[in-house]
Design a binder for this molecule. Structure first.
Ligand SMILES: [Zn+2]
Length: 455
């Protein structure tokens, strides 16, 4: 029985920022499997870490040692993960091809692409080395593979760190508190623009040091990593990250729903400055009041124009009294979050159905007329489901104020949008016209009706 062939393994990663050598481990496992399958004995392993193979001026000490070892006749077979890993310089590759041809070196790649012991394998290797494949493309593919591996291990992704976390994925308390507030305030109805202004005011800097704008705020709000979900290529892979979540799953889902709410776009830019605008109703025609010049509310149908101050004061005072009552908690039923959950599932289901209809149309499985009919029907259902979802999420956002240890203080210190939501969650405010010439404020002219049925 002859001795098994002596085999060397060459591994290299050019992008191992963390030094965790995940990529090397991955390559090693693949290479060892090949050696084992072929019955070779591994005599040495050469690892170049974080050294580029495309720049011939860059020293690759282990590569040099590998060449020396081969010259010294220390191995008969070489396994590398990919030819890219061995060399990206055609001249160096030719040396290995010569070695394979003239001196019977068995050179195989772990991905099975190249076997320099065969004509086909040599040709493949030459083509691969000479045809200019986009360097960037390959780099991107490797980064994706590493990102996928990290996501599968539930590790925080590499790259620019996320606001709220250190690059290693540890929570920075101060930033985390701001991120939490950001989610809460958006869930409660603050606009992206208002939040950007708030962040800038509070002196928090963006990761790139640029001023905040609605889109950089949005980037934070849509990032599932804040809820502790591992992410790969922009979508969650259903795995839970190893890092600590900053934002509760429920809150994250609500924010997601609000961002997807088609009504949001039209509401943007109309940051509410008044408690009752678009919230209080005209008692006569039940239309929502608008704010009017001189700090007044006005019914769009012209039934009334009234000073805001007294009405707002009365509503705030009444709501405070309600918040101070011990039975407050009954207003928030646990069923709320279940309803929100099923609403968001319904939205997802319909969105998927719409996608399928579009795919069927693209694949010419259905004709244009059927496409139109079915897609319009689903779109209508989807709009309806999104409304339900947004309505529930607004109520839920108010609940965080309602469930605070001291709801009155929480209410008073909350931003206007949150106070509006709390008012909306608790009651309906109906404002009646006042008789002409009457100066004194009459509390009877403002009806505050509690929402008893919290459905
Ligand atoms: Zn009216």
């Amino acid at each position: 029985m002859t001795d098994p062939l002596r085999c060397a393994i060459y591994l290299r990663v050019s992008l191992d920022v963390t030094g965790e050598q995940l990529a090397v481990q991955r390559q090693r496992a693949d290479c060892l499997r090949i050696a084992h399958q072929r019955g070779w004995r591994v005599v040495d392993e050469f690892v170049d870490n974080s050294v580029s193979a495309s720049d011939k001026h860059k020293a690759r000490p282990e590569y040099d040692r590998l060449v020396a070892a081969y010259e010294a006749g220390e191995f008969d077979a070489l396994v590398c993960w990919d030819l890219d890993r061995l060399t990206r310089q055609p001249r160096q590759l030719e040396d290995w091809i010569d070695a394979a041809q003239d001196r019977d070196l068995l050179l195989v790649t772990a991905n099975g692409e190249a076997d320099l012991s065969t004509d086909g394998g040599r040709m493949f290797a030459r083509i691969k080395a000479t045809v200019a494949r986009g360097e960037i493309e390959r780099k991107a593919a490797r980064q994706r593979a590493a990102a996928l591996q990290r996501a599968e291990r539930g590790k925080p992704p590499l790259g620019v760190r996320l606001t709220g976390y250190t690059p290693a994925g540890e929570v920075i308390e101060q930033e985390a508190a701001i991120v939490q507030q950001l989610f809460d305030r958006f869930a409660a109805g603050d606009s992206l623009r208002a939040l950007a202004a708030w962040l800038t005011e509070s002196g928090v800097s963006t990761r790139h040091g640029r001023p905040w704008n609605p889109s950089s705020v949005r980037t934070i709000l849509v990032n599932p990593r804040y809820a502790g979900h591992a992410v790969y290529q922009g979508t969650t892979n259903g795995k839970q990250g190893t890092w600590e979540a900053i934002v509760e799953d429920d809150v994250f889902r609500l924010v997601e729903a609000k961002l997807a709410d088609p009504r949001r776009k039209t509401q943007q830019g109309t940051d509410r400055k008044h408690l009752g605008a678009g919230l209080f109703e005209c008692k006569k025609c039940e239309t929502k009041l608008r704010s009017w010049s001189g700090n007044r509310y006005r019914c769009p149908n012209g039934c009334l124009t009234r000073a805001q101050q007294h009405i707002d004061d009365l509503v705030l005072k009444t709501v405070r009294e309600r918040l101070a009552r011990p039975d407050l908690v009954e207003l928030i039923t646990p069923a709320e979050s279940d309803k929100a959950k099923s609403a968001s599932e319904e939205v997802k289901r319909l969105a998927k159905r719409l996608e399928r209809i579009e795919a069927d149309y693209d694949a010419e499985l259905i004709d244009g007329r059927r496409y139109k009919v079915s897609s319009q029907k689903v779109m209508a259902e989807l709009a309806e489901a999104r409304l339900t979802q947004a309505r529930l999420s607004t109520r839920h956002a108010a609940a965080s104020t309602l469930t605070a240890a001291d709801p009155v203080t929480a209410f008073d210190s909350a931003p206007l949008m949150i106070r509006r939501n709390v008012v909306d969650a608790l009651c309906v405010v109906k404002v009646a016209p006042t008789p002409r010439g009457r100066k004194a404020f009459d509390p009877e002219s403002v009806a505050i009706e509690w929402r008893e049925d919290q459905d």
